[in-house]
Design a protein around this ligand. Sequence first.
Ligand code: F6R
Length: 242
Amino acid sequence: MRVVRTTDYNDMSRKAANVISAQTILKPDTVLGLATGSTPIGTYRQLIDWYKKGDIDFSQVSTYNLDEYRGLAPEDPNSYHYFMRTNLFDHVNIDLANTHVPDGLAADPEAYCASYDAMVRDAGYPDLQLLGIGRNGHIGFNEPDDAFSKGTHLVDLTESTIEANSRLFDSVDDVPRQAFSMGVQTIMYAHTILLIASGEEKAEAVRDAILGPVTPHCPASILQLHANCILIADAAALSLCP
Ligand code: F6R
């Protein structure tokens, strides 16, 4: 894993956006795997800024998001569909038909998960997969467990994730208890993985992910086995790494 240490969140965001930007310049029909959450917002803002300056073209790019809450409609402001539209898609020249976020309302979760995986596979898997990391080391919604997950699946969210994500909802009771998530195996099929992390509250997870044993108890630790994984993290997130 290549580790890039940045001074702060803005520096992390700019450097991550640089990697994504380079990828789309080198391969205009790039397949991007995308994440939601607080961490990538600055990266998306930077990409929008460069798009507006004429430096990036998303017209041929296609995207596959990692996850979506079960039960939330795309127009729900807490849904990841809504997040992606407001934080990126509505501000750049991407063709919405080429953007994919798991359907939180899928009636037959098992069949839906299989079809999402087939779609990602048929797209050739992401050239570049952007990932954030949870305080418990989760990637996507793959929570610490006794085994690594494989394909897209329905997840029961842990109390710690529900608690962490409740900041965006009116109350903790409004946070959905389940989500659709790409599995660890699907994530690992991406050709390049770009993991971003910021802030002291991520320091333990980052340390365990890059220096600890490879274990499903810290799902992000599997990234040590990926041939082309880049971590861009600020000094606070790397504060427990020598
Ligand atoms: C979101 C996702 C999650 C987040 C993680 C960190 O699509 O896949 O794994 O990346 O929960 O979230 P933030 O960035 O809000 O700290």
